[in-house]
Design a protein around this ligand. Structure first.
Ligand code: NAD
Length: 281
């Protein structure tokens, strides 16, 4: 079984991006800039943002974090986004989710200029992705896609089963694999027989949020299994896939932690650089 090393893949991707940023600096005399808006003091969000900032600096991007207290008015955030949209030094804008209840997530996402939407959540980018046009792609599914392609460069005709239909993971994952000519089944909490669906798959991507949901006897031999889940349990952090069981049958499997997670931030940096490159054409 191939243990898909997300840390190594992310480190290789960051090195490629570092070289690309250096080349862009020589060519345009400026570097791509990522601005993150962080509202409130939720610990996981603080940690994510710190890691994003650290990784951005590592590859040579310009990185800024704008912090607001929980009590900030929606209007203030929308005005700041509008200001950043017009700022030539800002290639990518990310508003760290979740937001406090009094702030409308949809309004905030739609306020970001789609050409600077490094999370790929703006309806324009969602539409472009599903139409097969160039777009920013949500970072986690993009990371999963790159890991799958490392194992299997030609995905033509492969049967993929996506477990979970969130806008963040399942839906964009479906679009990415459709673009690669996979036959894709998207499953969710109301799917009648998840085990039978998974048993048909050459590729399974699990993004559910239920510890060890996908069992060894759900997976046929030779399947590539990507585990997006991050679940806190008594025995520590586990994924949505039962690692011990599935590792006995799968062709390749991502561990949790150390699989998909590290790729997510690396893909955010990639998206920022791609937004910058599109803006220079
Ligand atoms: P979500 O809650 O938005 O969506 C979960 C999906 O799972 C829903 O579509 C739901 O229909 C489906 N589902 C629920 N119960 C099911 C069941 N019994 N059988 C089949 N499908 C079922 O979750 P999300 O935001 O997509 O996140 C999923 C997991 O991925 C979470 O554990 C989250 O922490 C993790 N995550 C990891 C990363 C990363 O970087 N590795 C990034 C984002 C999310």
């Amino acid at each position: 079984m191939i243990l898909i090393d997300g840390k190594k893949a992310a480190s290789e991707l960051r090195e490629e991006l570092r070289q690309e940023v250096a080349e862009l600096k020589t060519k345009h005399n400026k570097v791509p800039g990522l601005t993150v808006i962080l509202i409130g003091d939720l610990t996981p969000s603080q940690i994510y943002v710190r890691n994003k900032e650290k990784s951005a600096n590592e590859v040579g991007l310009k990185s800024d974090v704008i912090r607001y207290p929980d009590s900030v008015e929606e209007k203030t955030v929308l005005e700041k986004i509008s200001e950043l949209n017009k700022d030539d030094g800002v290639s990518g804008i990310l508003v760290q989710l979740p937001l406090p209840k009094h702030i409308d997530k949809k309004k905030v996402i739609e306020a970001i200029d789609p050409s600077k939407d490094v999370d790929g959540f703006h309806p324009m980018n969602v539409g472009n992705l599903s139409s097969g046009y160039e777009s920013s792609v949500p970072c986690t599914p993009l990371g999963c896609y790159l890991l799958i392609k490392k194992i299997e460069p030609n995905l033509n005709g492969k049967k993929a089963v996506i477990v979970g239909r969130s806008n963040l993971n399942g839906k964009p994952m479906t679009q990415l694999l459709l673009k690669e000519n996979c036959t894709v089944t998207i499953t969710h909490s109301k799917t009648k027989d998840l085990k039978s669906e998974c048993l048909e798959a050459d590729i399974v991507v699990a993004a559910v949020g239920i510890p060890e949901l996908v069992k060894g006897d759900w997976i046929k031999e030779g399947t590539i299994v990507i585990d997006v889940g991050i679940n806190k349990t008594e025995k520590g952090i586990v994924g949505d896939v039962h690692f011990e069981e599935v590792s006995k049958v799968a062709k390749a499997l991502t561990p949790v932690p150390g699989g998909v997670g590290p790729m997510t931030i690396a893909c955010l940096l990639k998206n920022t650089i791609d937004c910058f490159k599109r803006s220079q054409i």
